[in-house]
Design a protein around this ligand. Structure first.
Ligand code: ZN
Length: 245
């Protein structure tokens, strides 16, 4: 077994190790659902990372973009006020196809590479950041339940993120790390560890039902996420006012 550690010869002074400040800059793709809300909450509460939350308005035939946006705006306000400050941005992906909508995670990871690319570029142009060692990260809100169900999508999405993070070959390649801070927790654990008032702000249903009389959206109770919440005893049958934004 060989070692790469070089020991200075006796009598020679060891140069002082320069201690640089290290900072994590973590981008999170934030939908306003339970998993990404719990991930964002924990990342703010349990780490010192500089956090950049990003929401994509997925405007498609499911009709959930408006509900998600109500949830997202309320959650952002709650977390900024009750936990700590962080950066927030939004983008919109409009897909008019009626029969096939694709996989959100695939789009989300491409947009994620744009979000982290923008953070890196912002730092490159900011001379003061040169004294700081920065670790760039993207956080994915997969839970323990996801592994074994749609796990096959994750490696594809991760490779899209890595490929889209490549820059022109003559530039310094800074590929952010992919982290999965909630991968060892089930959705049930995540829900039961969230402040109830924060959980109440989240929206999960994929096919909200518009209630014109109440000027509100209701959960459908039938889609994959509603069914999943019923299975773990956490279906709420909640209603969001359209004026809550
Ligand atoms: Zn539903």
């Amino acid at each position: 077994m060989t070692s790469n550690i070089s020991i200075p010869p006796p009598g020679r002074k060891v140069p002082p190790i320069s201690v640089e400040q290290t900072v994590n800059k973590t981008a999170l793709m934030f939908s306003g659902g339970i998993d990404s809300t719990a991930m964002l909450y924990r990342q703010l509460k349990d780490t010192q990372d500089i956090v950049y939350a990003h929401h994509i308005n997925f405007v498609n035939s499911e009709g959930r973009a408006s509900c998600e946006l109500i949830a997202v705006r309320n959650i952002i306000e709650y977390l900024q006020k009750n936990v700590r400050r962080f950066r927030y941005s939004e983008s919109t992906f409009v897909w008019p196809g009626k029969y096939y909508i694709g996989w959100d995670i695939i789009t989300a990871m491409y947009i994620g590479s744009c979000v982290t690319g923008n953070i890196i570029e912002e730092d490159r142009r900011n001379a003061s950041s040169k004294e700081t060692q920065i670790c760039y990260q993207i956080a994915i809100g997969d839970t323990k339940d996801d592994f074994g169900s749609y796990q096959w999508k994750s490696p594809i999405a991760q490779s899209i993120f890595l490929t889209a993070s490549l820059r022109q070959p003559w530039l310094d390649q800074k590929i952010p790390q992919i982290i999965q801070p909630t991968a060892n927790m089930s959705k049930k654990d995540l829900i039961e560890n969230l402040p109830p008032e924060l959980y109440a702000l989240t929206w999960s249903c994929r096919h909200p039902v518009v209630n014109i009389e109440h000027n509100s959206y209701k959960e459908c109770g039938k889609c994959r996420t509603c069914e999943g919440l019923k299975k773990i005893g956490h279906f709420r049958n909640i209603e969001f006012s359209m004026e809550k934004r």
